[in-house]
Design a protein around this ligand. Sequence first.
Ligand code: AHR
Length: 504
Amino acid sequence: MKAKLTLHKEFSIGETDKRLFGSFIEHLGRAVYTGIYEPGHPDADGSGFRNDVASLVKELNVSVIRYPGGNFVSGYNWENGVGPIEQRPMRLDLAWGTKESNRFGTNEFAAWAKKVNAEVMMAVNLGTQGADAARNLVEYCNFPGGSFYSDLRRSHGIDKPHGIKLWCLGNEMDGPWQICSRTADEYGRAAVEAAKVMKWTDPSIELVACGSSFSGMPTFGDWERTVLDHLYDHADHISLHTYFANRDNDVPNFLARSLEMDRFIKTVAGICDLVKVKKNSKKTLHLSFDEWNVWYHSNEADKKIEKWTEAPPLLEDIYTMADALVAGCMLITLLKNADRVKIACLAQLVNVIAPIMTEKGGGSWRQTIFYPFMDVSRYGRGTVLRCPVTVDKYDSKEFCDVPYLEAVGVHNPEKNELTIFAVNRNLNEAIQLEAEMSGFGDIRIIEHRVLQNSDLDACNSVSQEKVKPVVHTAGTAEGGKIEENQLTVSLPPASWNVIRLVLV
Ligand code: AHR
């Protein structure tokens, strides 16, 4: 199969925000305990943070990490997670039916985030708590000293404020599963009052309002419009969440799901702009896609988990080659919407629907989805270019006109690099790609990284990496060649591709 794409240096969609390459750690399952934090593990540092896991997080080059939830945050009293560890209470986590020891809390997370070179994105509890606890947490984290909560932080041994810039006003407050969920008007009112006192405490912070839990919610659309009627002037971003599944083992349909993600983004952007017009506002609201991933493999196993245990193995999806392709399509979709989506978090980071897995007391390893994220996070920063593609299309069970090739280009002027990310959705045929590149001067191929396995169910494990990138260099069909600024390269069937080019 043949495909053509065109890239021109001047035809840009927008710049990537560094927070587009984020992830998420929730107090859920083994994300924290025996994930990032395991005192006594042979590879743990003096604070109990696992060095092997920290190295893998750094490999992913994660820019921002959302914490502490997710559903967990709507029942979390942050005050339980600070101060002397031995005095912290064991609490019931009603979101996931587990026990929370609070041995790890705000200060431990801020220290860990620093260790992995990531910024913190903190969520406040707008379920069981509200404006008062939220402003106290901002004061605890960000005020230098000389007030009750900033001095409390200092008494806990943290002299300098954490300086957390990004705050979520609750989590999925439209969902009936959420602890103290609300109607859009109830949430909008509560969130406005929380937003005011949080920004009065620290005017430099940015706030993320809760959008719908996913685009299939019965209130989707009305929720955003009503919430923004209240919050437009106070919030800086609105959240979107999406998890995809392949329950009926229909891979072509599964691979097309990113079209739904694109539609979701454009619809929410449209609603934001409608409210902007209504309010006669000069401000454009940005989107925070702060939960995205594949999630379904662990659904049955999770039903068998014993309740009220500490750090049980919840949501431990083992990802396949097909899942990595879907993650790749989702990443390309985020890049293509970089003008509007400024924050995105792969949910989650360790053990819980995660690119990184650990064994308690043992090793750690990279799942299949690790690689597309790492590639985009390493090579996808810069100016995203419009990328018109000519290729055959297919119809699947739920989607029409699905292009066999999903692709985008990113120009990084600082590094003098141009990178093409591409997924070949054709399960049987390679795509012979011709890419016409203008305005860049002379171009050379650095490498073509390919993630492929003819078994779409292939997974990785602690002992074997069946799905990992193979690197091709120029000259071969897979490595590609450039003649007069036209790249020709072969993209294997059902593959994730990163074509790295240098401008000379
Ligand atoms: O990421 C797992 C859960 O998915 C989060 O806790 C919640 O926000 C979403 O429903």
